[in-house]
Design a protein around this ligand. Structure first.
Ligand code: NAD
Length: 351
């Protein structure tokens, strides 16, 4: 039986990926490994509880014996690695946790997979990997740092992270690269721009603003609101990852982006318009230290090599996303109040 290990599958992108992957690959077994930090929510993937080819394990990726045991038990063929501490603001307060999870956690996964996939350094000369094994490392455009007013990040742009979060992701990218160069480890790295869509933890910009509109609170905007991000719907990201998994070349990096640049202020105004609320609700707050001014992705490698293109128009995607949060107010309130954490205890206490 083919088994794919998805790490961080109770988070925002991981849970959307599991839904996408199951729809596309009905006969694969999905092993979802997630430590259920504050950002992991089993309600995101509740529908899989009755799926006989889906297994959830609450395990920390830094727990080497536990990860090793899972590889033995489930004979993992592929890994798609999402699990990470992902919020820049938290990384400024707690950098050590980000290094520990994002760098050392990734190293544990690489080492355990190496051993189980019986890879050795000689593979690097032949580049012929054992059929079927593959490790997709999901990273971010933030590793490239900040752009000026023009230009785009390509896969060859220098790595220049500016926050502890992006530095930890960049470090994990380099570690993954070194495993490919040194051991012939079969890895593919993706670097994507900002995602939006359903199931995103409401500390991140779009669900935060939507939640504040829903509850008629002020909308905090960093600095002058002129920071530019390139927004991509999470479904487009998941399709891109699945394509890289299937057809991408080992040892390569693939940039994924929506070609859809907006300042934070433009984005917040768009959300206010959908809610038909006044711009007086915007409150400018002290800027984040080290705040990158502009990100923009050149995704031509994805387009030309793998035939990928985003399907969502931003106007349609953002309206659907806002509608999702509006019609899932219980999910939002559960997350905001912390009540979603009780769910694991009820459902999985015996594990
Ligand atoms: P998220 O914070 O919503 O989810 C992260 C998940 O990882 C959570 O379910 C959490 O419980 C789990 N996790 C954290 N530490 C763990 C550990 N030690 N062991 C096991 N599980 C652990 O994050 P997200 O937005 O879904 O991002 C997923 C990945 O995609 C991250 O690697 C992130 O760097 C990358 N990424 C995110 C974006 C974005 O816009 N959100 C863009 C590009 C890349």
């Amino acid at each position: 039986m083919h088994t794919i290990l998805v790490t961080g599958g109770a988070g925002f992108i991981g849970s959307n990926f599991i839904k996408h992957y199951r729809a596309k690959h009905p006969t694969s077994r999905i092993l979802n490994v997630d430590a259920l930090t504050y950002a992991g929510n089993l309600k995101n993937i509740q529908e899989f509880e009755t799926d006989p080819l889906y297994v959830f394990r609450k395990v920390d990726i830094r727990d080497r014996p536990a990860i090793d045991e899972l590889f033995t038990l489930f004979k993992v063929d592929e890994v798609v690695h999402f699990a990470a501490e992902s919020h820049v603001d938290r990384s400024i307060l707690e950098p050590e946790l980000f290094l520990s999870t994002n760098v050392l956690g990734t190293q544990v996964l690489l080492d355990v997979a190496m051993r189980h996939w019986k890879l050795n350094p000689d593979d690097k000369y032949s580049r012929e990997y054992r059929a079927g094994v593959c490790f997709v490392h999901v990273s971010t455009d933030e590793v490239y740092g900040s752009l000026g007013e023009t230009g785009y990040f390509t896969e060859d742009s220098p790595i220049a992270p500016n926050s502890p979060y992006s530095a930890s992701k960049a470090s994990s990218d380099l570690l993954v690269r070194s495993y490919h160069e040194t051991y012939g480890f079969p890895v593919k790295t993706t670097r994507c721009s900002n995602n939006y869509g359903p199931y995103q933890f409401p500390e991140k910009l779009i669900p935060l603003m939507v939640h504040h509109c829903m509850t008629e609170k002020l909308l905090p905007v960093y600095g002058d609101g002129g920071h530019i991000r390139d927004w991509l719907h999470v479904q487009d990201h998941c399709e891109a990852i699945d394509l890289v998994r299937e057809k991408g070349r080992f040892g390569e990096v693939y940039n994924i982006g929506g070609n859809n640049e907006l300042t934070n202020l433009e984005l917040v105004r768009t959300i206010l318009q959908v809610f038909q609320q006044s711009e007086d609700q915007i409150q400018f707050v002290t800027d984040r230290p080290g705040h990158d001014r502009r990100y923009a992705i050149d995704a031509s490698k994805m387009r030309e090599e793998l035939g990928w293109a985003p399907r969502y128009q931003f106007e349609q995607g953002i309206e659907e996303t806002i509608e999702w949060y509006r019609t899932h107010s219980e999910w939002v309130e559960d997350v905001v109040s912390g009540a979603y954490r009780d769910y694991y205890e009820k459902m999985y206490a015996s594990l």
